[in-house]
Design a protein around this ligand. Structure first.
Ligand SMILES: *Cc1c(COP(=O)(O)O)cnc(C)c1O
Length: 385
């Protein structure tokens, strides 16, 4: 808490470097190494009351520092989970009871939609969907509304402050999936959300080497419920992953700045081409998400959406590129491209989610342009009578 107060007035780069670090102590490292322990020595008389380190599922000192760091950046109290999916499903299960109604994004992360229509619905929760950009149905009778802004993979956005006012007037809780934006892109708790849920696997940690999720809130009662939920269900991240994640957070500001600059250059180049359709990047002034995104977000993520028509052209494009890896996930150091339909996501067959890494913009642009030209649409480019 004192660390939070100390770092609040600083810029993003400073806050990322210092987030969650213990007070300087001579002879100690800046960020202590991972504490790998299941049980710890207990005080023989006072037992677990004597020290927070008792057993690894409820608590771990490495995870505590990571949670302090993410909590500072989000502006709330944070609980880390084993993955984004563990955090989001955990938050939904901890908050919802049979008979409740939940509203989810129709265009959001598809495994969350699948979880809702199978597990939540079978528990007697009534599940409805609304597109991120709206229109939203009347919210009366809704217990919780989960939104993703920008949504993965379509990149539509919603005015979070406006939605929070409407939801609270109807007595609904608001949870915002902040995976794509990261807490440097927007702080949903400042905009009125009750809960932030996110995958830390993506841009937040950015090195494509771990899975992580978290929930953040300012409401002590919700925090208690989530903590009890996590402790009884057990979906915690390991200490080594928590430490790697904390180590990666220090460079978040730099990584996002380069990713966003690369995305801008690429989105502009793609928008100029007649052989690429449906280019989406919320930072392009004629993108449908631009008006809300530019008012609400402090940075636009490094993700660009576009359509190459069919799966074959996407494959030819990826074969021809030297710098763009075919891979899922996003927000990493390396530029990657994912044809979402291959995972069962209900996107067009040729839709690509391109995640810009931190390579040099000119190298990426040259590689992308060369690869697209080497992979023309069927019929184009070939000599035809
Ligand atoms: C990836 C992702 C998740 C799930 O996170 P995992 O860490 O893969 O479990 C949830 N929401 C969004 C928006 C995501 O992109």
């Amino acid at each position: 808490m004192t660390t939070e107060d100390h770092n609040q007035g600083y810029g993003d780069g400073t806050r990322c470097v210092h987030a969650g670090l213990p007070e300087p102590a001579p002879g100690e490292p800046f960020l202590p190494g991972p504490v790998l322990a299941a049980p710890y020595h207990l005080d023989p008389e006072r037992g677990p009351a004597a020290h927070p380190n008792g057993y690894g599922r409820p608590d771990n000192p490495t995870r505590r520092l990571l949670e302090a760091a993410i909590g500072e950046l989000e502006g709330g109290d944070c609980l880390a989970f084993a993955s984004g999916q563990a955090a989001i499903t955990g938050a939904l299960l901890a908050m919802l009871r049979p008979g409740d109604r939940v509203l989810l994004p129709a265009d959001g992360y598809y495994p969350v939609r699948g979880f809702a229509t199978s597990t939540l619905a079978s528990m007697g929760v009534s599940v409805d969907f609304a597109p991120t950009a709206g229109p939203y149905p009347p919210l009366d009778g809704v217990r919780l509304i989960l939104v993703e802004s920008p949504a993965n993979p379509g990149l539509d956005v919603v005015d979070l402050a406006d939605l929070a006012v409407r939801a609270h007037a109807a007595g609904a809780l608001v949870a915002v999936d902040n995976t794509t934006a990261t807490p440097l892109g927007q702080r949903p708790l400042d905009l009125g959300a009750d809960l932030v849920v996110a995958s830390g696997t993506k841009a937040l940690t950015g090195h494509s080497d771990l899975l992580l999720g978290y929930v953040a809130t300012r409401d002590p009662a919700l925090l208690d419920r989530l903590r009890a939920w996590r402790n009884t269900t057990g979906g915690i991240p390991g200490a080594f992953d928590a430490w790697l994640a904390h180590r990666s957070l220090a460079t978040l500001d730099l990584r996002l700045a380069r990713q966003s600059a690369n995305a801008e250059a690429i989105a502009r180049a793609l928008a100029e081409r007649s052989d690429v359709d449906a280019v989406r990047w919320p930072g392009l002034p004629d993108d449908p998400a631009y008006p809300v995104a530019s008012a609400q977000m402090r940075r636009i993520p490094g993700i660009v959406g576009f359509d190459l028509g069919d799966a074959d052209r996407v494959a030819r494009f990826l074969r021809a590129s030297r710098l763009i890896f075919a891979a899922t996930s996003f927000g990493g150091l390396h530029t990657t491209a994912d044809r979402r339909a291959q995972w069962g996501d209900d996107t067009p067959d040729g839709f690509v989610r391109l995640s810009c890494g931190i390579e040099d913009p000119q190298d990426l642009l040259t590689d992308l342009t060369t690869a697209l030209t080497a992979a023309p649409p069927p019929g184009a480019g070939a000599d035809s009578p």
